[in-house]
Design a protein around this ligand. Structure first.
Ligand SMILES: Nc1ncnc2c1ncn2[C@@H]1O[C@H](COP(=O)(O)OP(=O)(O)O)[C@@H](O)[C@H]1O
Ligand SMILES: [Mg+2]
Length: 240
């Protein structure tokens, strides 16, 4: 289980998260919604160990291991994955090299032929052209291509817990469908997912088990997938 226990997070001395608690079991899909600036991305970055997002109190427990003070690479090794809202370009590091070295660092070595087979399959499923394999990761990619790249990483790396920060944002209908299917195919009994989104539209493809509403650094309401529908209709007002 990934357990977030009463997490308080500050950045530049400003308190952003004011006591967030969540329990995500393998096999569960949790959706986190909330207005702009409520702290969703700060939560995802603090979970992954971004140095600018200081955990001032509370804990993050991953499969009984306290990862609250671990470095991002150790958190990744423990099984945590983050798809960032704004994926970072790494000029000079190709998609293939990035995936291969990530896989090697996080998991046992995969035979080269097997690696090529897996990445080809996953790229085809996401309709990412083969030419992307040799391009620098996210360098000059369009918004939609970056989001697909995050899902490619997710599906190749197969983490235990994945936080997906607005992976559905800025996608046209076809890309949204591919991204949603990619997430759905990766999800399953062994992985727990925290899907941060603004929109109901991805929930047409992915049925969440739980929906949480974050407002001003606090989860003010939790419920089932119907809660997401209500937010779409009524907005965030009066949800606390
Ligand atoms: N590094 C930072 N320094 C100061 N304030 C920050 C920093 N990062 C985020 N914030 C502020 O924290 C709040 C939450 O931001 P964010 O987590 O990006 O919200 P969301 O993802 O829900 O839109 C915003 O008011 C934002 O301006
Ligand atoms: Mg955000």
């Amino acid at each position: 289980m990934l357990e977030i226990r009463d997490l308080h997070v500050s950045s530049d001395n400003k308190e952003i998260l004011k006591g967030v608690s969540l329990k995500i079991n393998p096999g569960e899909i949790h959706v986190l919604m909330g207005p702009n600036g409520s702290g969703k991305s700060s939560l995802s970055l603090a979970l992954m160990g971004h140095p600018r997002y200081k955990i001032t109190s509370g804990k993050i427990i991953l499969d009984r291991k306290d990862i609250t003070v671990l470095t991002p690479d150790k958190r990744a090794k423990a099984g945590l994955f983050l798809a960032m809202q704004y994926p970072v370009a790494v000029p000079g590091v190709s998609v293939t090299n990035f995936l291969r070295s990530s896989l090697r660092n996080l998991k046992a070595n995969v035979a080269p032929a097997e690696f090529v087979k897996i990445t080809k399959e996953k790229m085809a499923a996401l309709k990412i052209d083969e030419s992307f394999a040799t391009r620098s990761i996210n360098d000059g990619f369009s918004g939609g291509e970056k989001k697909k790249m995050e899902v490619l990483q997710l599906s190749v790396l197969q983490p235990k817990y994945a936080v997906l920060d607005e992976t559905d944002s800025g996608l046209d209908v076809d890309a949204l469908k591919l991204v949603a299917e990619g997430i759905k195919k990766t999800s399953g009994p062994k992985i727990g997912i925290l899907l941060i989104t603004h929109y109901q539209r991805i929930l047409k493809y992915i049925k969440p088990d739980f929906v949480h509403i974050l407002i001003d650094g606090k989860i003010v309401k939790s419920g089932g997938h119907k809660l997401a529908e209500r937010i779409e209709e009524e907005g965030y007002a009066n949800k606390s």
